[in-house]
Design a protein around this ligand. Structure first.
Ligand SMILES: C[S@@+](CC[C@H](N)C(=O)[O-])C[C@H]1O[C@@H](n2cnc3c(N)ncnc32)[C@H](O)[C@@H]1O
Length: 319
């Protein structure tokens, strides 16, 4: 059920997704089930080292992002499904990050910008949040919608370009949240101002962004050096502080998910033993690692080292 009272005006609804995308982005792209990375969909962009100007062009960036995620959506979901079947570390990580982030949330209304295939949004909806999941890629949202329907969860889906003014009324949401989205955004000023506008007084903005310097996945793909993910370089502690200053906002900035001694232990892991036996052991190590950081090093307590060593940069602002 769509709660229209949150919207500035009525928008068309397609496949139960409220469509607020500007005209130039209203196209349907064929899925590409073999695409795994940005390279596969936009090879020329990735190869053209001179083409970094596009990083400052929000229209062009938005359509590249939309095309990539629309084509990749099925593959993205398959990847998650396979990981779920194999019960592997990535799934434990999603669970852990969701639990960690939720401790900062306010209930009940959660606006999720860039929810993708909703693997996080679904977890929050299950916990009783009234979730509005937005993304520039309708295909990503459709993957999420399939699962939400199977689980009988009531989520409002909105196809939206977060480079534009958001299609919501002011002061409607208790929490506004994103993870791994700011690195795709050109106009941070609009992005943060719009989030703040949509928050109720005393509401919470939580932003989780990749800390590019420590993000091994991108380093491996070379995306940090030559492709659109170079935007991620903006997402570390110092740039987060300067954007808050620029926008006259005060909030906390810290990093999360740091490499711990337990990871070092895992390097001596007995890979020769069968997967079935290895998994429970891995899970225990991962739980210990999470405990060491999430429980022992709670943010806002002096124990948190301000060292920029976590692979995510976190921003928390209370309105
Ligand atoms: C790395 S994925 C993260 C998805 C989800 N937050 C998660 O962690 O599972 C980035 C998401 O940002 C979305 N995105 C990129 N540019 C966007 C824009 N301008 N407006 C809205 N969403 C955007 C993409 O479509 C994609 O779903």
């Amino acid at each position: 059920m769509i709660d229209w009272s949150d919207f500035d005006k009525e928008y068309p609804v397609e496949d139960v997704i409220v469509n607020t995308l500007p005209e130039e982005l209203q196209y349907k792209v064929a899925v590409n089930t073999t695409a795994k990375t940005f390279f596969d969909v936009h090879p020329s962009v990735m190869e053209d080292h001179q083409n970094q100007k596009l990083l400052e062009n929000k229209k062009e960036m938005a359509s590249l992002q939309m095309e990539f995620y629309d084509k990749f959506a099925k593959g993205f979901q398959n990847m998650d499904d396979n990981r779920k079947k194999r019960e592997n570390a990535f799934q434990w990580k999603i669970e852990r990050l969701a639990i960690y982030d939720e401790q900062f949330f306010k209930k009940p209304k959660l606006l999720f910008i860039g929810a993708g295939n909703c693997r996080f949004a679904i977890r929050f909806a299950k916990k009783g949040y009234k979730v509005t999941a937005t993304d520039i890629s309708r295909n990503m949202l459709l993957e999420g919608k399939k699962i939400a329907d199977e689980m009988g969860l009531d989520i409002t889906f909105v196809a939206q370009n977060a480079e534009n003014p958001f299609p919501f009324k002011s002061e409607k949401f208790d929490t506004v949240y994103s993870l791994c989205v700011a690195n795709h955004i050109v106009d941070w000023k609009n992005y943060f101002n719009e989030k703040m506008r949509c928050l109720k007084p005393n509401g919470v903005l939580l932003e989780r962004m990749p800390n590019a310097k420590l993000w091994s996945f991108w380093k491996k793909q070379g995306e940090l050096n030559k492709g659109v993910e170079i935007k991620a370089e903006k997402c570390h502690r110092d740039s987060a502080y300067s954007i808050l200053n620029e926008l006259n906002l005060t909030g906390d900035v810290w990093t999360h998910d740091r490499i711990t001694r337990t990871d070092a232990l895992a390097r001596f892991y007995p890979f020769s033993i069968p997967r079935k036996l290895r998994m429970p052991f891995s899970k225990k190590i991962y739980k210990r690692r999470s405990y060491n950081e999430d429980e022992k090093l709670k943010p806002h307590e002096e124990l948190v080292p301000d060292d920029d060593k976590g692979i995510y940069t976190m921003i928390r602002i209370e309105k």
